[in-house]
Write a protein that binds this ligand. Structure first.
Ligand SMILES: CC(C)(COP(=O)(O)OP(=O)(O)OC[C@H]1O[C@@H](n2cnc3c(N)ncnc32)[C@H](O)[C@@H]1OP(=O)(O)O)[C@@H](O)C(=O)NCCC(=O)NCCS
Length: 174
């Protein structure tokens, strides 16, 4: 088991093929995918995504979406991690988080996101981290704010408008 990082209540590890049922169940929940327009639409697409992230992101193996395991129950409760983007010609890394509905509202999203932010800044030495968030996704905006991120700008892609929240490493480490 390749553990990427650990928090008081969660383990984030590389995904494996046996996670597929849990991952697909997550994407089958309309409340979960409401604000993830590019989420897999079929089990096959979910498997493709999973295989894409099994060894880290193919082009940036230090990044990726990691299986998020609830220590107390041993259950796969989400997929969280770091994703590379090119926005307006600039390379960016997104803190990404998604938790199964049964595990929301317990502070686990913030706990995972904060650990990922620290991992990105301290271990990977990334200069800046962002979140890409649907303007209507209040819980996700709250998580970004709790990371110390600030709203930066609105952008648009083929799925519609989205907001960029961002934080620079200096803001955390001084
Ligand atoms: C975003 C997400 C990971 C947050 O996870 P979570 O574990 O529920 O978050 P937390 O319990 O840490 O709560 C974070 C903040 O959001 C607030 N919040 C949670 N659900 C809320 C809701 N339905 N409405 C308003 N605020 C909400 C919490 O009150 C908390 O803020 P506070 O500490 O100031 O009270 C989770 O909602 C999720 O997986 N959503 C579906 C997928 C998704 O949208 N991912 C993000 C794509 S950008």
């Amino acid at each position: 088991m390749t553990v990427i990082l650990e928090t008081p209540r969660l383990i984030l590890r590389r995904q494996r093929l046996s996670d597929l049922d849990d991952l697909w169940a997550l994407y089958c929940d309309p409340e979960i995918v409401k604000y993830i327009p590019d989420a897999p639409r079929s089990r096959e697409e979910a498997q493709e995504e999973l295989e894409w992230h099994m060894h880290g992101h193919p082009k940036h193996p230090e990044l990726g979406l990691w299986a998020t395991i609830h220590k107390e129950t041993g259950k796969f409760v989400g997929r969280c991690g770091l994703l590379p983007w090119e926005l307006d010609g600039q390379n960016e890394v997104e803190v990404a988080y998604t938790l199964a509905r049964a595990y929301q509202g317990l502070g686990l999203g913030s706990e995972a996101a904060l650990a990922i932010l620290n991992y990105g800044f301290e271990t990977l030495k990334l200069p800046r981290l962002i979140c890409l968030i649907d303007p209507q996704n209040i819980p996700s905006q709250r998580v970004a704010q709790k990371l110390g991120m600030r709203f930066e700008k609105e952008m648009q892609d083929e799925y519609g408008k989205f907001w960029i929240y961002a934080i620079n490493k200096e803001a955390v480490t001084g």
